[in-house]
Design a protein around this ligand. Structure first.
Ligand code: PLP
Length: 395
């Protein structure tokens, strides 16, 4: 008997456990000093009222013989897939209901999609990036190459002629950098994928944060993308569903490789290994996409973006380089005085009681950068901004 030895190639992730340990240590030696946590990648506002109403109604339906639901429709309930097609119509993207697969969030599908691709494919992953793309491919034993995001390309890497890859991960708005690709940049990626017979896995989990109407919030707003891209989205950050769990993956019928429809392969995979998202939760997802639901969800997003503005205002004042925070809940800053990410973490915590996330935890290009998250309470952001202003003088 042998285990999957690829797991031995995974880097142990000490990022969040080290952060917690350092915060605990700080609290021990500084009793009574309140710590402001700007490292959280999780939403903090509760579900909006219309979602709660819809889910309560669905719970009651489950208790009545006439409306009780057992296993749901294979790709997710049609009411939710139809609501998603209408949501995309507002982005000028036409989708068919059977191009949409309801999921329990973007993370599982981003990993599971690899089931339908050969192990021989080369994977291209931007650095820095959400670590799930790297780890899922290491687990499978696939060859990974990286494309550098850095200050010169505003952390939005673009392929060049020498880049040779079959599967490409793109995340826009980006975690951890908060950077967002514009239409021309995404067009370059789509052209690259079409010319190289590659597939783009487009993670749009943070699309609802995009304020600038010129910026694409779906890759299908780019001509040719339906022939080369799969899109992964989620209600997690759009409407606070991180604990409720609902998302969706879009595979257009046009997308074919070796004459096989990727939509059909994924349908086969999902019907074999996945039994769907609870009816109650899918009703909650449908409520998010109603007119009222979108307004309520937008209020929460605006709250987080106001938080981001409070922080970026101080960074501007202190003349600290940063990206993100305008169309994303993350702010990615250059550590002052070229400090290393972890040194800045210690410095910030000790001087101000603010805990963020060291950029080095997201890839080698994250070294000497730092992520601050806007998920949190307004009062805390105002207090954090005041404390940051003080360190400006010292740093
Ligand atoms: N994609 C990115 C870039 C993320 O940052 C996250 C979560 O933080 C996810 C996907 C996962 O989201 P979900 O809760 O839908 O699984």
């Amino acid at each position: 008997m042998k285990v999957n030895s690829n797991y031995f190639n995974l880097n142990e992730s000490y990022l969040f456990s080290t952060i917690t340990a350092k915060i605990n240590e700080f609290s021990k030696y500084n009793p009574g000093k309140d710590i402001i946590r700007l490292g959280i990648g999780d939403v903090t506002l509760p579900l909006v009222p219309i979602v709660i109403d819809a889910m309560q109604k669905a719970v009651l339906e489950m208790g009545e013989a006439g409306t009780f639901k057992g296993y749901g429709e294979e790709q997710g309930y049609l009411f939710l897939r139809s609501a998603i097609t209408r949501y995309y119509e507002n982005k000028n993207v036409k989708l068919k209901e059977d191009e949409i697969f309801i999921s329990d969030g973007a993370k599982s599908d981003l990993g599971n999609i690899l089931d339908i691709f050969s192990i021989d494919n080369t994977v291209l992953i931007p650095d820095p990036v959400y670590p799930v793309y790297v780890d899922t491919n290491i687990m499978a034993g696939r060859k990974i190459i990286y494309i550098d995001g850095d200050i010169n390309n505003d952390f939005l890497p673009i392929p060049n002629k020498e880049t040779k890859a079959d599967i490409i991960y793109l995340c826009s708005p980006n975690n951890p950098t908060g950077a967002v690709y514009n239409a021309d940049q995404l067009k370059t990626w789509v052209n690259y994928a079409l010319e190289n017979d590659a597939v783009i896995l487009f993670d749009s989990a943070y699309e609802a944060f995009i304020q600038d109407e010129e910026l694409p919030s779906s890759i299908y707003q780019i001509d040719g993308a339906k022939d080369c891209a799969i899109e992964f989205c989620s209600f997690s950050k759009t409407a606070g569903f991180t604990g409720t769990r609902c998302g969706y993956t879009i595979i257009p019928h046009e997308l074919k490789k070796e004459n096989a429809s990727l939509n059909k392969l994924w349908l086969r995979r999902q019907t074999t290994k996945f039994n769907g998202v609870p009816y109650i939760v899918q009703r909650g997802g449908e409520a998010v996409l109603s007119e009222q639901g979108l307004l309520q969800a937008k209020n929460n997003i605006n709250y987080y973006l106001e938080n981001a503005k409070t922080i970026t205002g101080v960074l501007e004042k202190l003349d600290i380089w940063f990206t993100g925070g305008k169309n994303a809940p993350y702010i990615w800053l250059k550590c002052p005085d070229n400090m290393k990410s972890w040194d800045f973490f210690d410095y910030l915590l000790n001087e101000t009681g603010i805990a963020g996330t060291p950029g080095a935890g997201f890839g080698k290009n994250g070294e000497s950068y730092f992520r601050l998250s806007a998920f949190g309470k307004k009062e805390n952001m105002i207090e954090a901004a005041a404390r940051l202003e003080n360190i400006g003088a010292k740093a």
